[in-house]
Design a protein around this ligand. Structure first.
Ligand code: HEM
Length: 452
């Protein structure tokens, strides 16, 4: 490729490459490289070459214009990363399998079909508020655990018509163990496959047995009681037949899709809500403006879908939170053949890491990028690829409209009824475990607001 230049390579250990700093603190390491080397930087983990891309034009090239060269990196023969947990579900599959499953599941997530789910989302939120009430005024809780519980209830109720809250004490740590193991296996090409009984693999296998138990339980329950099905996602997956009208999905494929929606559908939204409440607690002016907007809404049990469409500031708050603390901070692709991106040469076989966090903090596209300022999202400026919390191109998040509807409803419910006081006045540290979350959770005090 004439007239192209090589991507600058971050300095690192000759043998290990950059494994050590990345394993210790991936988030901080990637930020440092961006500041030191710019929007395109190469790094190596043992034998594997990565390129980190942090400019909107580069993201557009990789995810849209040259999407045929930048493909999902998963290989069913040698599962790594998320594929170890999710198998061949919608996030990790490729080719015809992905295309058919996406087509099958898309209708459930279309904007027009989501209004029917609103009552279930509000009901889950109100149930949490009742539980907070029972805890007593001034109760201390971990906000992240509360949001995880809430979004788990929402996803299982809306998509699978059931609740798994009675098993939350087992599910939350199992999911955490599984995701941490998946993230670590990505960075380490020498990590041993799950059947090798290392302590890490044993813990991972135990966690997966818990998650599989929950997921197969959901499927069995529905098979035993199909009358409970109300045309939800699980119903659709169970009824799906091949193009020739033949056999339905294998149990394994069903498990992969259910576990994918179960995990992708609550981890991310939970982090969005936690970060948003954290940012609002630190910005009383924005919180005040949001409360004023919400004052005009009718009582919660009477909320209509149309009521939400008018909440411009609430949407701006969520967008600004997604910008500052994007729950999915990076997206990964495998480079199938040599590619040129914005004048840089990227070699086939390497991995491209599109850094959404950096795009959202890019000083060329955002004034005062570190500042929480929801007002920047009022109005209709185009921010293509400088703001892409849900990804871009054909693999864009299938749950984006659902996530925004859910977050708007739950945020409005919480902010109208409670004041949330952070117990730690310092800035919450960020940790990247597949999604970007507050490290160690968020201890808070809950104060019930008087009804207006
Ligand atoms: C704030 C919440 C959410 C964020 C920030 C988010 C972010 C993302 C991103 C960035 C991707 C693209 C990944 C890539 O290109 O490699 C993605 C894909 C996906 N998300 Fe979400 N997501 C959220 C909520 C949800 C919800 C609620 C669901 C399901 C109910 C969901 C299901 C999925 C699925 C299945 C994919 C894979 C789509 C495909 O490849 O066809 N997500 N999400």
């Amino acid at each position: 490729m004439p007239n192209t230049r090589p991507v600058p390579q971050a300095k690192g250990d000759f043998l290990l490459g950059h494994l050590r700093p990345l394993a210790a603190d991936p988030f901080r390491t990637l930020s440092t490289w961006w500041h030191d080397y710019g929007d395109a930087v190469g790094f190596r983990v043992l034998t594997r070459q990565f390129y980190m891309l942090s400019h909107p034009d580069m993201a557009e090239q990789a995810l849209v214009r040259q999407a045929d060269k930048f493909v999902k990196m998963y290989d069913p023969q040698k599962p790594k990363g998320l594929e170890l947990v999710l198998g061949q579900g919608l996030v990790t599959s490729r080719g015809d399998l992905w295309r058919n499953q996406r087509r099958l599941m898309q209708p459930v997530f279309q904007r027009g079909n989501l209004s029917a789910l609103q009552p279930q989302i509000v009901a889950a939120g109100r149930e949490m508020l009742r539980r907070w009430h029972r805890l007593g005024d001034g109760a201390q809780v971990n906000l992240c655990s509360e949001m995880m519980r809430l979004t788990l209830e929402v996803i299982t109720q809306t998509m699978f018509g059931t609740s798994v809250l009675d098993r939350i004490e087992a599910i939350a740590p199992a999911l955490d163990t599984a995701l941490r193991h998946a993230a670590a296996s990505l960075l380490n090409p020498l990590s041993l496959p799950p059947f090798v009984p290392t302590p890490g693999n044993r813990a991972f296998n135990r966690a997966m047995a818990t998650l599989d138990g929950v997921v197969y339980g959901i499927i069995e329950q529905r098979r035993a009681n199909p009358a409970a099905a109300g045309g939800d996602l699980l119903d659709m997956l169970l009824r799906a037949r091949g193009e020739d009208g033949g056999a339905g999905m294998s149990d394994r494929q069903l498990r992969d899709e259910v576990l994918t929606i179960f995990s992708a559908g609550h981890e991310t939204t939970s982090n969005l809500l936690s970060w948003t409440l954290y940012l609002l607690a630190r910005h009383p002016d924005a919180l005040g403006r949001l409360r004023r907007e919400l004052q005009d809404l009718p009582a919660e049990e009477d909320w209509q879908f149309a009521d939400l469409q008018t909440l411009e500031y609430c949407k701006a708050v969520l967008n600004e939170s997604l910008r500052l603390r994007p729950p999915v901070g990076v997206i990964m692709r495998k480079i199938r053949e040599d590619a040129e991106v914005e004048g840089y040469r990227l070699a086939a076989g390497s991995l491209a890491l599109i850094n959404i966090f950096n795009l959202h903090h890019h000083p060329q596209f955002w004034s005062d990028p570190e500042r929480f300022q929801p007002e920047r999202f009022l109005g209709n400026q185009s921010r293509r690829f400088a703001f892409m919390p849900f990804g871009a191109g054909e693999r864009i998040c299938i749950g984006n409209h659902f996530a925004l509807l859910e977050s708007q409803l739950l945020l409005s419910l919480i902010v109208r009824n409670y004041a949330i006081e952070l117990l730690d006045p310092g800035e919450a540290e960020m940790e990247m475990v597949v999604s970007l979350r507050p490290k160690g959770g968020l201890p808070v005090r809950l104060k019930r607001l008087a009804k207006p």
